[in-house]
Design a protein around this ligand. Structure first.
Ligand code: SF4
Length: 417
């Protein structure tokens, strides 16, 4: 019988695809990716946002290529990123005229690590297969992989109408929603078959089938996974803003990921005005981390607080430690190998504080209301110190830094034990 953990890590076998040096599918870890929202023709803004997304943890970044100016900017963006030492694969997002842009801008076709095309709008209906074929041929010539990305908002209407007619002729066994789900799945699979017939190897095809409703996403990806072994890109499209977008994406993706389905994910969040685009990368990392698929940053466990805590010291300390750890990760990854496995606990009082802190690598139980102003610190399950006075927070931060240096850095610093 499988244990809980073996079920978590039983991934669906898929054909691995190399995207500019980042492997998607096969036995590779689930890849985090994101997309810019700058005008790609604005080279400065796009380079800055790609760099920010990559530094936040996006392993692949997609950019819009919608017109000649943006296609002409792509090789310059690539060059600028390389000069900054950022080797992040760029994916070109093409709609309607991708065949023309790739043909007219060979440097763009070369600079991109992958082409994303949408079978629902790859061209005008009567020329559709020809234009689709042109893009696939371009990918073959340039040794590039392609994501065939179906989106329910731009679903192939000819296919949908045919499936609706067939369903009607059979007496309507499927609901309209089920017909739509089947059309999405078929659009992806038929397009993949066509790409293979043209000569694109399976090792260069990734599929996605994005919908905006959680139940549709679960149904569509479960079926897609059952009927193919292509690498799958997961994402809930138009997930929405703020907590709604995060909850909807997490709910949908976690159910599919738990079935072992999904080789790369993107969390599509509508940023608040002036909001930080990197938020979607952080959410994607946190989703994979809390599910146990990957570890990106040390975990900080903090209690929610209650009437036993009248100060916000522990919340502020937990937030500060989490922010510091995340900010330091780009440097620490090299300096302290394995630091992402660290567990820190910051607890509000004696009720659960000592217990939770003992389970962490390093933890503190701050004094709750009415307790003596003493904060025991636990390291590797043992109480090593009791902090007191006005500098409890900064003293604990120093202990966390020393613990990291001692355990992961082999720097010869004093052991906090
Ligand atoms: Fe409340 Fe203490 Fe539990 Fe935190 S650990 S939620 S402060 S009882």
């Amino acid at each position: 019988m499988s244990s809980y953990y073996s079920q978590v890590f039983d991934r669906r076998p898929s054909v691995g695809v190399d995207v500019g040096g980042v492997k998607i599918g096969g036995s590779a870890p689930i890849v985090v990716q994101s997309m810019t929202n700058t005008d790609t023709a604005d080279i400065d803004a796009t380079v800055a946002q790609v760099a920010a997304l990559h530094q936040a943890g996006s392993e692949i970044v997609r950019i819009t290529v919608d017109r000649d100016e943006s296609a002409a900017a792509v090789p310059k963006i690539r060059e600028r990123l390389e000069r900054l030492g950022l080797d992040v694969p760029l994916v070109g997002d093409f709609h309607y005229i991708g065949h023309k842009l790739l043909a007219d801008h060979p440097a763009c076709a070369e600079a991109l690590a992958k082409y994303r095309i949408n079978p629902g709008n790859v061209g005008f209906k009567d020329k559709k297969d020809k234009q689709f074929a042109q893009i696939i041929e371009m990918a073959i010539r340039n040794d590039k992989p392609v994501r065939i990305g179906v989106n329910w908002g731009s679903l192939d209407q000819v296919l949908l109408t045919r499936l609706m007619d067939e369903n009607h002729d059979k007496g309507g066994p499927l609901s309209a929603q089920e017909v739509m789900q089947e059309a999405i799945v078929q659009s992806a699979l038929l397009s993949a078959d066509l790409a293979e017939e043209i000569g694109l190897p399976r090792e260069r095809i990734i599929l996605s089938a994005k919908v905006s409703q959680v139940q549709d996403l679960i149904a569509v990806y479960t079926e897609l996974a059952r009927r193919s072994d292509h690498a799958l890109h997961l994402g809930l499209t138009e997930a929405g803003m703020g907590s709604k977008g995060i909850v909807a994406s997490s709910a949908a993706l976690s159910i599919v990921l738990q079935q072992g389905i999904g080789d790369t994910i993107r969390i599509s969040l509508t940023p608040e005005p002036g909001g930080d685009r990197t938020r979607e990368v952080q959410v994607a990392q946190e989703l994979l981390q809390v599910m146990g698929f990957r570890q990106f940053v040390p975990v900080v466990a903090a209690c929610p607080g209650c009437g036993r805590t009248t100060s916000t010291v522990f919340q502020e300390l937990a937030q500060k430690i989490e922010d510091d750890l995340r900010r330091n990760m780009p440097v620490w990854r090299d300096k302290y190998p394995g630091v992402e496995t660290l567990n820190v606990a910051v607890m509000g009082c004696i009720v659960n504080g000592p217990g939770e802190s003992k389970h962490a690598d390093i933890g503190i139980s701050l004094p709750g209301t009415g307790e003596s102003p003493a904060a025991p610190v636990f390291v590797d399950g043992k109480k090593v110190k009791t902090l007191r006075g006005p500098n409890i927070a900064s003293d604990f931060e120093a202990m966390v830094d020393a613990y990291i240096a001692n355990r992961f850095g082999n720097t010869g610093q004093e052991d906090p034990n």
